[in-house]
Design a protein around this ligand. Structure first.
Ligand code: NAD
Ligand code: ZN
Length: 393
């Protein structure tokens, strides 16, 4: 006789994204208050900080500040000196970085009542989130993003990962953080290249979801480019808000095959790999957006004028829209194989987001290769007729 038992339950997630300045200044109680509300009376919970070495180098006082900040805390203690790990893609590529966090979890007795706090760019946050969620079947983690891209996009979401077998984000988890703290002052030490790279994610979300936001970016492009803090703070806030709304109302753990927030990403991920991550994620996304916008025009979804207005915006912001590597047929062929990786990563049928109009994305399930190649040619021509903004590194 066949029998079955039905099992069904729901797990609710809730986390806030806080925006502040001077997060670890003694007068700023935001972080302490957050922790205190979650304390267990009579029991000191441990916190393990993992800091991006690139950020720490530019902010050498940070570890001291953190130490002072927790000096008088009754509810929380620092498990150890902060762990400083190389930032950027290297930490997702080198398994030793994952191992060093797991080692610390073991050595300092970090348990499920403790917190692991990642401070750094999107790469470190991806790694820290992954290490936390696979250790003891899930240690609570907090994200403190320090790049524009991680404050407006990668750091506020629910995905954690490392690269494996040469494949981007091959190992990973969907596990929301306990909270995200965006400190705008942490952005001051970014170089111009990283400052602007993260803006491409805001353009992406605006193009697929919010024409008003897109027009706001167009109107404020010059101020954003020249490092005007107020406009950048607004851009990050609005982009993070759109991101959270999408996660909340959409498919947070990506069970379906559509990933609207990955507009411009099928080629971006491949381009990062092809250039050995010399092209930053945000820069690759800019090129990816440019390709998909021109492709949307070539298949008749948007007008030529609208398509080129996006390319102009990216160019005006000094974001790359082409990479010299794409000059060869061989490289273009490898780029197109990014579509297969994308499908493999998601499972199910290929789903790519194009533009139906500025401010509205649309899912499609195939791309015509000759038209993708034509879009790339158009971008090359555009660059040749402009002052080049991209210096191959
Ligand atoms: N989880 C997600 O949903 C998601 C989404 C998008 C991107 N990502 C990932 O995010 C990563 C890219 O993140 P990123 O663009 O933030 O860059 P990054 O993390 O690669 O960092 C780039 C460089 O900036 C340095 N750095 C970080 N903060 C700094 C600061 N304030 N001042 C000076 N230097 C600083 C780092 O040390 C590093 O060398 C990629 O690995 C990408 O896959 C994840
Ligand atoms: Zn991205």
């Amino acid at each position: 006789m066949e029998r079955s038992l039905e099992q069904k339950f729901t797990v609710e997630y809730q986390y806030n994204v806080y925006f502040t300045k001077g997060l670890f200044s003694l007068g700023n109680n935001l972080f302490k208050d957050f922790l205190s509300k979650r304390s267990n009376p009579g029991f000191k919970q441990k916190i393990l900080f993992v800091i991006d070495a690139g950020f720490s180098e530019k902010n050498p006082e940070l570890s001291n500040q953190i130490r002072n900040y927790f000096m008088e805390s009754e509810d929380f203690i620092l498990a150890s000196e902060p762990l400083v790990i190389p930032g950027g893609e290297i930490c997702k590529n080198d398994i030793k970085c994952l191992d060093s966090i797991i080692q610390a979890v073991d050595q300092y007795g970090i348990d499920r009542h403790s917190y692991i706090v990642g401070i750094g760019g999107g790469a470190i946050l991806d790694l820290v989130g992954f290490a936390a969620t696979i250790s003891h079947r899930g240690i609570k983690h907090i994200r403190i993003p320090t790049t524009v891209l991680s404050q407006n996009d990668s750091g506020v979401g629910v995905k954690n990962s490392i690269n494996y077998k040469g494949k981007k984000n091959f190992l990973g988890t969907f596990a929301p953080p306990q909270a995200v703290f965006n400190d705008f002052e942490f952005l001051h030490s970014l170089d111009d290249r990283s400052w602007i790279a993260g803006v491409s994610e805001a353009i992406k979300v605006a193009l697929i979801k919010d024409i008003n936001f897109y027009e706001w970016i167009v109107n404020n492009a010059q101020k954003i480019k020249t490092r005007n803090s107020a406009e950048m703070e607004d851009l990050i806030y609005r982009c993070a808000d759109k991101h959270l709304e999408h996660i909340r109302n959409g498919d947070p753990f990506e069970l379906g095959s559509s990933r609207p927030l990955d507009f411009g990403h099928w080629s971006a991920h491949k381009l990062e790999q092809m250039t050995d991550f010399k092209v930053l994620h945000g820069e690759a996304v800019s090129i990816g957006i440019a390709i998909d916008v021109l492709y949307s025009f070539l298949v008749g979804k948007i007008s030529e004028k609208d398509a080129y207005s996006v390319v102009e915006l990216l160019h005006q912001l000094d974001l790359p829209i082409y990479h010299p590597m794409l000059d060869t047929e061989e490289a273009r062929f490898i780029l197109l194989s990014g579509l297969l990786d994308f499908q493999e990563h998601l499972g199910g049928k290929l789903t790519i987001v194009l533009l139906e109009k500025l401010g509205k994305g649309i899912d499609v399930h195939s791309l015509e290769y000759p038209l993708v190649l034509q879009a790339i040619d158009l971008l090359k021509n555009f660059c040749q007729n402009q002052k080049p903004v991209y210096e191959a590194s």
